[in-house]
Design a protein around this ligand. Structure first.
Ligand code: GDP
Ligand code: MN
Length: 400
């Protein structure tokens, strides 16, 4: 579950991290009162489940309570990054000397956890990582032992922090780690962690995500902070996504769903052991324009594949279909072929002439290929890598 900034800050505060003095508001009048309470210049920030608010006009400043009310009335009701603004956080405006980045999360390489930090805070950390990875300090901690004081020290030194500020930063890193562990977070990020001109170290922003599978044991602790369990990991589902959800929910067998809508022309039915993510990335990397993301795996019945395939083919703007998977170990390839062909015949589409990239292999692949040949569909075998298959799908959509 993704948390709002104000929720993340409540968690951080409960673990001793210093956060700016402030208040959550939903009317201009409340914003005026909050600014008066803070007593000085304030920063006013939209509370939405997206980052990059600063660049999108979701972070503004005000010097007086009247100004705060004025700014709040402009921001409330605004649409930013697909969200309508209903709540604002009004906080003391920190006098910034330096902006740092720090986050605790999981690490693929070590199959463990890490804390990373950078002196290039306030920026998109992915951009920093791309431009100059040496600007990001990391300490890996494994899975069982929490981050140790010496590791916090290593991070602070790596950022060039020393003296009182260095000690304060180290303390902050350990408290952030504590929050990350105690709340079963998958990500606990502070960007920027601000060093103020008067030497305080304050979390100016907070981005936390809680592991959904841990909600059973986090519910009470979160509720005590006014954070309620909800199903809003992402934007509200589109009509198309709701339809797909219904298809997946109607039959418990196998995964055929988790559909996300995109504005492109290439319909996707992709999967097998993380293959869907790999393939989706490969399609984007090669310049393709997906119309949707749709996973298959876990041996779904033909009926499910058929209904989903029909749905994604009917989406306006779709001009080609890619059915691609890793080598299946627990699903039947012929299921995909059968579902796909039935969907096309139902829609009056001729499989022999419709642009299709089919690359799936594994159990019952010979049956699948026999069906495809019968309907005149060309297919790629298991000797074609997923990257090559993605390239082929992108080439196919050129000129469509
Ligand atoms: P994000 O863009 O959604 O990550 O929102 P942030 O809360 O991180 O704010 C974006 C940027 O606004 C920060 O990197 C700062 O440069 C600036 N900012 C936020 N809060 C303050 C503040 O209290 N004082 C000052 N001077 N700048 C702030
Ligand atoms: Mn931020």
């Amino acid at each position: 579950m993704k948390l709002y900034e104000y929720e993340g800050k409540r968690i951080l505060e409960s673990c001793g991290v210093t956060v700016p003095k402030g208040r959550l508001v939903s009317t201009p009048e409340q914003a005026r009162a909050a600014a008066a309470e803070v007593g000085g210049p304030v920063v006013i920030k939209v509370q939405i489940l997206a980052t990059g608010r600063g660049k999108a006009g979701g972070v503004k400043f005000a010097d007086t309570p009247d100004q705060a009310a004025e700014v709040a009335s402009q921001m409330l009701g605004m649409e930013i990054k697909g969200y309508v603004v209903e709540k604002l956080l009004v906080e003391e405006k920190l006098p910034i000397a330096q902006e740092l980045y720090v986050a605790a999360t999981f690490e693929e390489k070590t199959k463990g956890r890490l804390m990373m930090a950078s002196a290039s805070g306030g920026m998109d950390i992915n951009e920093v990582a791309e431009q100059d990875p040496s600007k990001i300090q990391k300490v890996s901690t494994g899975n069982w032992v929490p981050m140790q004081a010496f590791q916090a020290k290593e991070l602070a030194f790596g950022l060039g922090l020393s003296g009182k500020v260095g000690s304060a930063a180290q303390g902050m890193f350990l408290k952030l780690w504590d929050a990350f562990e105690r709340y079963d977070a998958t990500l606990a990020e502070i960007n920027p962690l601000v060093i103020t001109t008067d030497g305080r170290v304050v979390a100016a922003d907070a981005h936390l995500e809680i592991e959904s599978d841990a909600m059973y044991r986090q519910k009470d602790q979160l509720a005590a902070l006014g954070i309620l369990d909800r199903d809003d990991n992402s934007k509200p589902p589109t009509e198309f996504e709701v339809e797909a959800l219904k298809i997946d929910k109607a039959d418990y067998r196998g995964v055929a769903g988790r559909v996300v809508e995109f504005p492109g022309n290439l319909a996707l039915l992709i999967g097998a052991g993380g293959g869907s993510l790999t393939l989706f990335d490969a399609i984007l990397r090669n310049g393709g324009k997906p119309a949707n993301y749709c996973e298959v795996g876990g041996n779904p019945p033909v009926s499910k594949v058929y209904r989903l395939c029909k749905l994604i083919l009917q989406r306006p703007g779709v001009k080609g279909l890619a059915v691609m998977t890793n080598v299946f170990s627990n699903s039947r390839v012929d299921t995909l072929a059968r579902g796909m062909i039935k969907a096309m015949l139902d829609l009056g589409i001729d499989p022999a002439t419709y642009p299709i990239t089919f690359r799936s292999a594994g159990a019952f692949e010979d049956d699948a290929y026999a069906i495809l040949r019968k309907y005149g569909v060309k297919y790629l075998g298991r000797e074609v890598s997923m990257e090559e298959a993605a390239k082929a799908a992108v080439r196919m959509t050129e000129g469509l």
